[in-house]
Design a protein around this ligand. Structure first.
Ligand code: CTP
Length: 410
């Protein structure tokens, strides 16, 4: 279940051209199960209408503090009290200035003053306005008071110029909200390390030996841990996936780089989940120049023979130096194409793990690239949990449930 299920979120929309993007944000929040109250500033209503947002949120949209029924004037305290987070997206230079200086001249500013919920600000504006010392000082003031400033992105601005000031993608804004709403979760105060994706072992400057891992399960694990309050380090091999908001990402393309990154990140960590598909073998030597067909020497002059050597087993190495990582919960994956149960139990024992997540990657709804996974969990106490085919996000939730239980026993 999403951390946003049933969450009360107030979205404040200020008057910038990116206001139209807030409609997508509200739609996605509603799809995630949140109860969304939208407040439009007077300037926002020049760009978008309350109808757009009311149709998406299925709730009243608050626009004018002074409307004749007096409802809005009374509601600002109610909204402020109920909110679990207030996100201002887009936040214009003008609204940032009003919030920084504690004005209460419209519904949004009044709710921002009256709420004790976390305030998230997604600045979006023309780049000179953003860089202006006044705007920067206002943002610094808000950050010093505990507001979460979601960094604007660089790219094409509405003016046609390239600069910093774009409203981030909806996925980023959702990630920021999920992190804030989940900050008191059952992994709060925990440091976890997740590896994801496949490694690539170079043969020459243009070729490598890789595998079919997409990184989806590992990225879902990183996001799920963030949503439960953890501080997450995501060590990524080859993957096309964007970095989840609020997660520290370290790229490690080879087995050797991944080993170094994992060993460093696990110092003082509470749990390591190795979902990366790490190469078991790497070429003995990397050719300095591109290997040419005509230069390949073999008995008949046509075949290329590669010599590979074993890579160190990262999980097993951690077990060997257990003293350096006291109490670290270790979770391994077993991606198999046959005898899944035997391989899962074997890896649990051989690598000294707390949990093994085994799946049959030859099945169409399981493993590489798919959105779902069918896994069996092998616990070190001998329990076996066979899960049905589930979205990778749901598999991630089961794995963290098991880790939380192990942490409680530590
Ligand atoms: N793993 C690791 N270091 C490696 C290779 C794998 O830490 N050099 C981790 C993987 O991230 C995964 C688990 O070990 O969590 C299982 O990996 P796998 O390669 O399937 O296991 P092996 O021990 O190599 O077993 P086998 O060759 O029999 O499949």
């Amino acid at each position: 279940m999403s951390v946003l299920q049933g969450a009360r979120i107030v979205v404040g929309v200020a008057g910038g051209i990116a206001a139209y993007k807030a409609a997508d944000l509200v739609s996605k929040l509603v799809q995630a199960g949140a109860l969304v109250d939208v407040i439009l500033t007077a300037h926002a209503r020049e760009f978008v209408t309350p109808l757009t947002f009311g149709a998406l949120s299925q709730r009243p949209v608050w626009a004018d503090l002074w409307e004749p029924t007096g409802m809005a004037a009374a509601r600002h305290i109610e909204l402020a009290a109920a909110a679990q987070a207030l996100l201002v997206a887009p936040a214009t230079a003008n609204t940032i200035a009003r919030l920084a200086h504690g004005l209460a001249d419209d519904m949004l500013a009044a709710v921002a003053l009256a709420t004790t919920a976390p305030l998230l600000i997604a600045p979006a504006m023309e780049h000179h306005m953003l860089q202006h010392p006044a705007t920067q000082a206002n943002l610094a003031l808000l950050a010093a008071r505990g507001a979460h400033i979601i960094p604007p992105e660089t790219g094409r601005l509405a003016s046609g110029e390239i600069g910093t000031g774009r409203l981030p993608e909806t996925a980023t804004l959702l990630g920021a909200l999920r992190q804030v709403v989940g900050r008191g979760g059952d992994l709060a105060g925990r440091r976890v390390v997740v590896t994801a994706g496949g490694t690539q072992e170079a043969l020459d400057p243009v070729r490598y030996i890789g595998n079919r891992s997409s990184g989806r399960q590992g990225f879902a694990l990183a996001e799920a841990a963030r949503d439960r309050g953890a501080q997450v380090t995501l060590i990524a091999g080859a993957t096309a996936l964007p970095t989840p908001y609020g997660v520290t990402r370290i790229d490690a393309l080879t087995a050797a780089a991944m080993r170094a990154a994992v060993l460093a990140a696990c110092v003082e960590a509470d749990a390591l989940v190795m979902s990366a598909a790490v190469a078991d073998f790497t070429p003995i030597a990397v050719a300095e120049h591109k290997i040419k067909k005509r230069e390949v020497a073999s008995s008949d002059g046509a075949d290329l023979v590669l010599r590979l050597q074993r890579t160190p087993d990262i999980l097993a190495d951690l077990d060997a130096v257990r003293a350096q990582y006291p109490g670290l919960i270790r979770v391994g994956f077993a991606a198999e194409t046959r005898e899944v149960a035997a391989a899962g139990r074997d890896k649990l024992a051989r690598k000294g793990l707390d949990l093994v997540v085994a799946n049959d990657v030859s099945q169409p709804d399981s493993g590489f690239g798919s959105a779902t996974n069918t896994v069996t969990l092998f616990h070190k106490d001998g329990r076996t949990e066979a899960l049905p085919s589930l979205p990778k996000t749901a598999v991630a939730a089961h794995i963290w449930d098991a880790v939380v239980a192990l942490l409680a026993q530590r």
